[in-house]
Design a protein around this ligand. Structure first.
Ligand SMILES: Nc1nc2c(c(=O)[nH]1)N[C@@H](CNc1ccc(C(=O)N[C@@H](CCC(=O)N[C@@H](CCC(=O)N[C@@H](CCC(=O)O)C(=O)O)C(=O)O)C(=O)O)cc1)CN2
Ligand SMILES: [Zn+2]
Length: 764
């Protein structure tokens, strides 16, 4: 028999129950017991759905109130000292979100996904130990419901590899022995509780590994094997590549490989796997397209022939955390498009159909296979996918379309003359608080309870108010606030041809925050301007420079579910042309500054270094294609957040934006050393306010960050701005923080003036 398995299920709930409960807990509206009970209900419902689908290996401990890496950090007792006064859930959430007394821990992207994890912090005083038995409690909880689960653990080597050492001389791997001891204790408890298997995720096996990391993997699994339940080592998001032998030789009982991203690795894995069980990741856990079951079955058959049915499992490529919960809730999609899709719940059915067919022949799951074949064929043949005009326009793009008229040194003079800004100009990243009132109005408009004129008037009011507040605070370059946007990608998806979107296709992005990625199914074009009306309206409300606000092509690509019938680069170029038209229209409407956000530029980087140059080439070209149709005097900004940028600085420079605003405040400006070392030529706004935390920084802390920045970057090239947009914050904290931000810029300006006066004095 071939076994059906799952690696992880979305925990937010089909109706985002977890988000609502967690946010209610933060607001003090419900207590810890009520929150725990929502968590228990979600887990029970998820287990039931998997039993119902016929999944035989069902995960537990894939649930989390915020993030599974943070859970592991707490489990290993690696709570940073600044949170030591807090207990239980309050300590846990404080680590993620910060408190007035203790800044939050860093947050960054999980491999190449739009999921963010909380970065573990290690110091010379960190002592790892098994500080929590949550995985055992979850296992027992499922058992009480009659379900034998396979607990999921983040692997110790991946956890350490993602951690950041905060004191000199500490390297994460120096804590390996402590981690191994904690995991050994945990595995023993799981075995005692009745667990026969555990799944340990070591996705770092698809990265370029250092020799130390490879050695750490060997040491860890030599120590953990045979000490408790059987171990399935899970790898995903890519090929094992040069780590294939290593992965196959580790003394574990099973190995999971991603055959959606890397189908070509099956032969090599079969040759090297020895007597392990092999879990085949055949259903795409990163996209929403209906599975192409026939070629997947060919791979499964190959594995069964080589290993025998009893040693083969069929699974999604990775945890289903990265796809929406259930297509059943999409009642407004047209029948054709609906037939193209599979969300988490549907993917479970695909897994069981494949497992049955791999064990008992295709005929045993004929209906599922015939339906899948027909759906795939219909999608390929759909007339809605192809637009000859888009293809022709793309073919006609020339190198001149990728260049500004003049080099930066010339452009910046024209821009300075036009904008007349002070030193250390202040601005924000675009969005202002998306209050409950705004979301309610948008929901009412969508339902038809608020008509177009009423919604428009409401938004005009909010926009005017936002501009007044920015003027009052004394900001230099203003924004309109993005109140008309549900999300910076979904809004554009809704206005571009080649996209459709879902009503309830939510995916967790970080903590309680979710996104509803639009679906790119066909050639992309812009039927009409998307932002020009609002930009023009906003510009007319003030004498100060107004910044037009767009999302860039790479970010729209990265945060959508992308068609899988042509290379991503091709799709991205089509989006770039659409944004290029919008940029030209904003310039024609008189906007002197246009920001093109590329928040996901780094996230799109392939996991393997060997694939970086190709990606960076087309990603930079796409940004340039989108951003270059303007005159020298129009200032192009870009914005990036939430990533480690150090290793892609030359590409960021090659984008040639006049100004880049970039997230830095949680990492103490260390990023700017790279800007300095590379002699980054253009202007930079290093974020001085961590907007992902409710904590309001004072002006002194911002001045300290700016002084650190001014040590590294010439003052005349520095801007003052937050780390990211303000949509998740409330107005009271925003008003206080922007007042501090403007005050900090003024203090820096007076320092510039004093220095200038001193120069005069010396010269005189
Ligand atoms: N796509 C994307 N990826 C990203 C980011 C991003 O901004 N967008 N930023 C980074 C991550 N940061 C994020 C920051 C904020 C949110 C966020 O605020 N998400 C909102 C949803 C945003 C949204 O789509 N809002 C819609 C729908 C809101 C809603 O829930 N409406 C209610 C009704 C209104 C009500 O009564 O509250 C409903 O439909 O039930 C709107 O404003 O219209 C949330 O979780 O709550 C997400 C990610 C990286 N990745
Ligand atoms: Zn941002």
């Amino acid at each position: 028999m071939v076994t059906s398995a799952n690696l992880g299920y979305p925990r937010i709930g089909a109706k985002r129950e977890l988000k609502k409960a967690v946010e209610a807990y933060w607001k003090g509206e419900i207590g810890a017991a009520a929150l725990e009970s929502v968590g228990a209900d979600l887990r029970a419902a998820n287990w039931a759905a998997q039993v119902d689908a016929g999944i035989q290996r069902i995960p537990s401990n894939d649930f989390s109130f915020y993030d599974q890496i943070l859970d592991t950090t707490a489990m290993l007792g690696a709570v940073p000292e600044r949170f030591s006064g807090l207990q239980g859930l309050d300590a846990y959430f404080a680590m993620a979100r910060g408190t007035d007394a203790a800044p939050a821990m860093e947050m960054t992207k999980w491999f190449d996904t739009n999921y963010h994890y909380i970065v573990p912090e290690l110091t010379d005083r960190t002592r790892l130990r098994l500080a929590s038995d949550i995985p055992v409690r979850r296992f027992t909880e499922a058992r009480a419901q009659g379900i034998q689960t396979r607990p999921v653990l983040v692997g110790p080597v991946t956890w350490l590899a993602l951690a950041k050492a905060k004191t000199e001389g500490v390297t994460p791997l120096s804590l390996l022995d402590q981690a191994i001891a904690a995991y050994a204790e945990l595995l023993a408890s799981l075995a005692a509780a009745g667990a026969d298997w555990v799944q340990i995720d070591e996705p770092i096996l698809v990265r370029d590994l250092s020799g130390d990391e490879a050695e750490a993997l060997r040491r860890t699994y030599a120590a953990l094997s045979g000490k408790g339940p059987k171990i399935l080592l899970a790898t995903y998001f890519g090929a094992l590549g040069d780590n294939l032998e290593l992965a196959c030789q580790l003394p574990v009982d099973g190995l999971h490989v991603d055959l959606v991203r890397a189908p070509g690795q099956l032969g090599g894995v079969l040759a090297a796997i020895g007597d392990k069980t092999l879990s085949l990741g055949l259903i795409d856990g990163r996209n929403i397209w209906r599975g192409d079951l026939t070629p997947a079955l060919a791979l499964a058959d190959q594995a069964v022939r080589a290993l025998g049915a009893d040693r083969v499992e069929i699974a999604p490529s990775c945890s289903l955390l990265h796809v929406p919960v259930d297509l059943a809730h999409e009642t407004e999609l047209d029948a054709e498009q609906r037939g193209w899709l599979a969300f988490a719940r549907q993917k479970l059915d695909e897994v069981t159909a494949l497992a049955r067919a791999a064990g008992d022949g295709r005929a045993s799951a004929a209906a599922a296979f015939d339906a899948a074949d027909a759906a795939i064929a219909r999608r390929g043949a759909s007339a809605r996918i192809h637009d000859p005009a888009v293809k022709a326009r793309l073919a006609a793009v020339t190198p001149a379309d990728l260049r500004r008229q003049s080099p930066f040194a010339t452009r910046i003079k024209a821009q300075k003359a036009r904008l007349g800004l002070p030193a250390y100009p202040t601005t924000t990243i675009g969005s202002f608080p998306q209050t409950a009132e705004i979301r309610k109005a948008r929901a009412a408009h969508r339902k038809g309870d608020l008509n177009d004129a009423g919604y428009r008037a409401f938004l005009e009011d909010k926009t005017r108010d936002c501009i007044r507040r920015q003027e009052k605070a004394g900001l230099d370059v203003l924004v309109h606030g993005e109140f008309e946007r549900n999300d910076m990608v979904e809004y554009f998806g809704e206005r571009l041809a080649g996209f459709f979107f879902t009503r309830n296709g939510w995916v967790q992005s970080y903590g309680s925050r979710c996104v509803k990625p639009p679906v790119i199914f066909g050639d992309v074009s812009r039927p009409a301007p998307m932002t020009v009306d609002w930009a023009r309206f906003a510009a007319a409300q003030t004498d100060r420079p107004m910044k037009g606000m767009l999302t860039g092509p790479v970010t729209i690509l990265q945060w959508s579910f992308v068609r899988n019938d042509q290379p991503r680069a091709q799709t991205c170029r089509q989006i770039a042309l659409a944004i290029r038209d919008e940029v030209a229209d904003l310039e024609a409407a008189g906007l002197p500054v246009i920001q093109i956000d590329e928040a996901a530029f780094r996230e799109g980087l392939p996991i393997r270094k060997a694939e970086w140059p190709e990606y960076l080439d087309w990603a930079v070209d796409c940004f340039r294609l989108a951003s270059t149709p303007v005159a020298d005097g129009t200032q192009i900004h870009t914005h990036m957040c939430y990533s480690e940028f150090n290793d892609i600085m030359p590409a960021i420079a090659a984008m040639d934006a006049d100004v880049i605003s970039i997230e830095t405040s949680r990492s103490d400006m260390e990023l700017l050393e790279v800007f300095r070392d590379l002699a980054y030529p253009n202007e930079i706004g290093p974020g001085v306010w961590d907007i992902h935390s409710p904590r309001v920084p004072d002006d002194a802390s911002m001045v300290a960050l700016l002084k650190a920045a001014a040590e590294l970057i010439p003052a005349e090239r520095l801007w003052v701005n937050p780390d990211c947009g303000l949509k998740t914050r409330g107005w009271p904290e925003v008003e206080r923080a922007i007042a501090h931000l403007v005050a900090a810029a003024k203090q820096m300006r007076s320092a510039v003036r004093d220095a200038a006066a001193e120069d005069c004095w010396i010269a005189g």
